[in-house]
Design a protein around this ligand. Structure first.
Ligand SMILES: NC(=O)c1ccc[n+]([C@@H]2O[C@H](COP(=O)([O-])OP(=O)(O)OC[C@H]3O[C@@H](n4cnc5c(N)ncnc54)[C@H](OP(=O)(O)O)[C@@H]3O)[C@@H](O)[C@H]2O)c1
Length: 252
């Protein structure tokens, strides 16, 4: 995607990866609008970043997506890019049931699909536009502790490929950002300080470098995620799967 001159909506832009990308794109001269459910947090982030705007949006709510997307298009007619960073990741014990299934599918999978649906006809009228989905290394090797989460991320990977194929030859480019384990509060405070996770600042820097040097890249992959992304192709899938899951269950 172009790294300057966009009018860019970032869901989940109030924290973690979304906030990091929002600040980086703002610094490069983009109009950035962050979205999420917690208005106080969004307000705090926009106050800390003059020029950034926010909108309250619950991406698990189909009606909210429709309403907010049409307001955004009216307010920002140049809107031409979206990064789908909103997401939740919760542990589940499948022996007791997939307790987080609906919330996880609603937020991580239906959310981006519905938001793209609401924005697409507008994006197709722009000279250039970008949709950035956010999957995960766990799209390629599931973490058994978070089964619904891992399944939604595999589905986001699949959806991204289908969307890209359908939009071939149009002005809308589709990129899939697949982060490794990064220091954010996605699974709580401990993750933000976990030395096994990639520091957020390093992750954002590497991602922005890829966006700048490889604007056509279909997948945005930092070095740390490659063992998961290419586990199957490497021929060592079983080893990677067992290693990942044993490591996380030992720490859980
Ligand atoms: N950190 C990692 O290790 C990692 C690895 C791979 C992939 N990812 C992906 O990266 C993305 C960002 O996660 P993060 O690590 O930056 O965690 P985070 O700081 O918890 O960010 C998630 C954001 O999503 C927003 N959100 C959650 N549910 C929402 C909803 N229904 N509607 C609107 N916004 C919602 C949250 O804001 P509100 O609560 O205010 O709504 C929050 O700002 C997620 O898609 C995650 O799956 C992260």
């Amino acid at each position: 995607m172009h790294t300057t001159g966009n009018t860019l909506l970032i869901t989940g832009g109030g924290s973690g990866i979304g906030r990091g990308l929002a600040e980086a794109f703002l610094a490069l001269g983009n109009q950035v609008i962050i979205a999420g459910r917690r208005e106080a947090l969004l307000k705090e982030v926009t106050e800390a970043n003059p020029g950034m705007r926010y909108v309250v949006l619950d991406t698990s709510d189909a009606a909210d997506i429709k309403r907010v997307a049409s307001d955004l298009i009216a307010t920002y007619p140049s809107l031409n890019a979206v990064i789908h960073s909103a997401g939740i990741m919760r542990q589940e014990d499948l022996r007791a049931g997939a307790s987080e299934l609906e919330a996880t599918v609603g937020t991580n999978l239906l959310g981006p699909i519905r938001l793209d649906e609401a924005l697409l006809s507008h994006f197709l009228k722009q000279p250039h536009a970008a949709i950035v989905t956010v999957s995960s290394g766990l799209a390629f090797v599931p973490l058994a502790l978070t089964p619904s989460y891992s399944a939604t991320k595999a589905a986001v990977h699949s959806y991204s490929q289908a969307l890209r194929y359908q939009l071939k030859g149009t002005s809308v480019k589709v990129h899939e950002l697949a982060p490794p384990y990064v220091q954010t509060e996605l699974m709580g405070e401990h993750q933000a300080n976990d030395p096994h996770a990639m520091p957020l600042k390093d992750f954002i820097e590497e991602v922005m470098g890829i966006f700048q040097h490889s604007p056509e890249a279909e997948e945005i992959l930092v070095e740390r995620v490659k063992p998961l992304r290419f586990a199957e192709a490497s021929g060592g899938y079983q080893e990677v799967f067992t290693g990942l899951n044993d490591q996380f269950s030992a720490r859980a």
